[in-house]
Design a protein around this ligand. Structure first.
Ligand code: SME
Length: 168
C-alpha cells in the first residue's frame, strides 16, 4: 500500500501544519529567495512520501520558467508558459491539480514514472509571478484539496515575504 492511501485527511492536514510551522521558523528574517526555495523544497519533500519531485520553476520573463531549487530526479531546465502543467499554472495563475498526467494535454514527461501532480503559482500581493511550486508523484491521484489548501497558504506567504525579489 502506498503512502498516499495510508494518509488520512486528518493526518495529512496535521502533517502540513507541522511542516508549515517549521518552514515559517526556518525562513524567519530570511531575505534570500533562493535559500528560501531550497529550504521549502527540502522540508516538503522530506515530509510526504508521495512527493517524488518537489521544487520550483522561476518566472524569468513574461513567458519562460527556469528550474530552481528542487529535490528528486532531474527536471526539465526550461518550460515555456504554453507547455505542460507548470506552464498552465504560470499562464493562468491558478493552481493546477492533476490526478492523471496522461489525461493532461501537453504534459511534459520529464520523468516517465510521474502519474499525478500539483502546481501552485507563487504571486506577490501585487500579482507579480515569482515562480511556481511543482510537486510530482509516482502515485496516481496523489494530491487532493488538503494539499491544495496548505500549498496555497505556503505560496501566499512566500509571495508576501519575497515580494521585492528581483530575480533573473
Ligand atoms: N510535469 C511538469 C514538468 C515537471 S518536471 O520536469 C519536474 C509539467 O508538465 O509541467
Amino acid at each position: 500500500m502506498t503512502e498516499t492511501t495510508l494518509v488520512t485527511a486528518e493526518t495529512r492536514a496535521a502533517r502540513y501544519e507541522d511542516v508549515l510551522r517549521r518552514i515559517d521558523a526556518l525562513l524567519e528574517g530570511e531575505d534570500d529567495w533562493i535559500a528560501a526555495m531550497a529550504t521549502v523544497a527540502c522540508e516538503l519533500h522530506g515530509a510526504f512520501n508521495y512527493f517524488h519531485w518537489t521544487g520550483f520553476y522561476r518566472a524569468v520573463s513574461e513567458d519562460l520558467l527556469v528550474i530552481g531549487p528542487y529535490q528528486g530526479g532531474h527536471g526539465c531546465l526550461r518550460i515555456a508558459f504554453d507547455r505542460g502543467v507548470c506552464g498552465a499554472a504560470a499562464r493562468t495563475r491558478q493552481t493546477q491539480l492533476i490526478p492523471d498526467v496522461e489525461a493532461f494535454p501537453g504534459h511534459i514527461a520529464c520523468s516517465s514514472s510521474t502519474r499525478s501532480e500539483i502546481v501552485v503559482p507563487v504571486l506577490t500581493p501585487e500579482g507579480r509571478l515569482l515562480a511556481v511550486l511543482d510537486v510530482d508523484s509516482d502515485d496516481p491521484d496523489a494530491f487532493n484539496e488538503t494539499d491544495q489548501h496548505f500549498l496555497e497558504i505556503l505560496c501566499r506567504r512566500l509571495g508576501t515575504q519575497f515580494a521585492t525579489t528581483q530575480q533573473q
